[in-house]
Design a binder for this molecule. Sequence first.
Ligand SMILES: [Zn+2]
Ligand SMILES: [Zn+2]
Length: 397
Amino acid sequence: MEGVCPIDQRFASEISALVTPPSPLQVQEYFDELLSTRQCCSMKVKQNGEFGKCVYAESNFTEGQLVLKDQFQQSSNKIDCLVCSFCFRFIGYIELQIGRKLYLQELGVSKGCCGTDSFDEEEDSFVENGDSSNPCASSSANDRVSLLREMVESLMNGGLQLSYSYKFSLPPAIPCPGGCGEAYYCNKLCAEADWEMFDSLLCTGERSESLSKEALLEFIKHANETNDIFLLAAKAISFTILRYRKLKATQLGKKDKTPNVSRCTDLSLLFEAWKPISMGHKRRWWDCIALPVDVKSFDEAAFRRQIKALAFTSLQLLKAAIFDKECEPLFSLNIYGHLIGMFELNNLDLVVASPVEDYFLYIDDLPYPQKDRDDQATIIALKPICKGEEVVYLDNL
Ligand SMILES: [Zn+2]
Ligand SMILES: [Zn+2]
């Protein structure tokens, strides 16, 4: 695989400069400036030779107070809940959150997230053993499945309203302005910010500014089937390209943000656009990835070659989708490997406070008589249940 990427050869010195870690002074200046421009004076980033960068509180935080917001999210936790694609707030309404989660659970996470699709389109995948053409399937199992479908569908389309859900109102889900039907936002500002920073190149909708929607869909499919860390790397590349175009447009003193192949790369602007990414600790993915337990140590070299080849395939798909001649060094395998390695090494878990959980806690805490009187049973019989029969219920929300 060595030397397989021609961009790496052509831009060797630029790429080496891009992946060289900034000096401790540059890092300190960058984070001090970042925190001051975001008027975040209650935190400070300090460097420690042994542990890297650490965040320290400069004032007290009360429980529940916002500490910081992040902008990169992997799709596996997006599937768990419907949140704003930019700020991660829960959006929609309680019934939609519950219905969507049930729907996706039955569908299997690998099917992707398409919260508003009708069951009819995915009929085969929703049911494990409810195939009506199967003469062996019991009619009660089929009844149960169709009742479940109905219930989940009416939760998602607003037909079924759960008691007290009005106490946990959420901002309405605003669809992505690109028309992809994948990303949703809590308000217009979040939608616009995401569009400008990441999504205009990576959106699969009608207004997408990618070179080829088909290529983009293929890239996303490959990532979902292999490793969704590629989606984060694509987001980082898209972010840098869009930032570069914006910086260039500002420098040229006009608003034209469309790439012009006849213009040559302005390296200083590319470095400036890359600056936020340059601050992240990185190593090449295939060098730093931990060896899975089922890979024997003598297979290590072959395993790392495989990982590198996988990244190369993903990169070619991404290149077909969003390539920008002026930002060509970003499409080198070395850069892609470092970006993926950065996400691998800085693996953060993001936990979003869930109003759905709060809702269930609220219902659980209601006194029993009230639950009964208000028809508050959280277990609904979907078919007649005989004495002594097992009651199968959905409790895994
Ligand atoms: Zn938002
Ligand atoms: Zn979109």
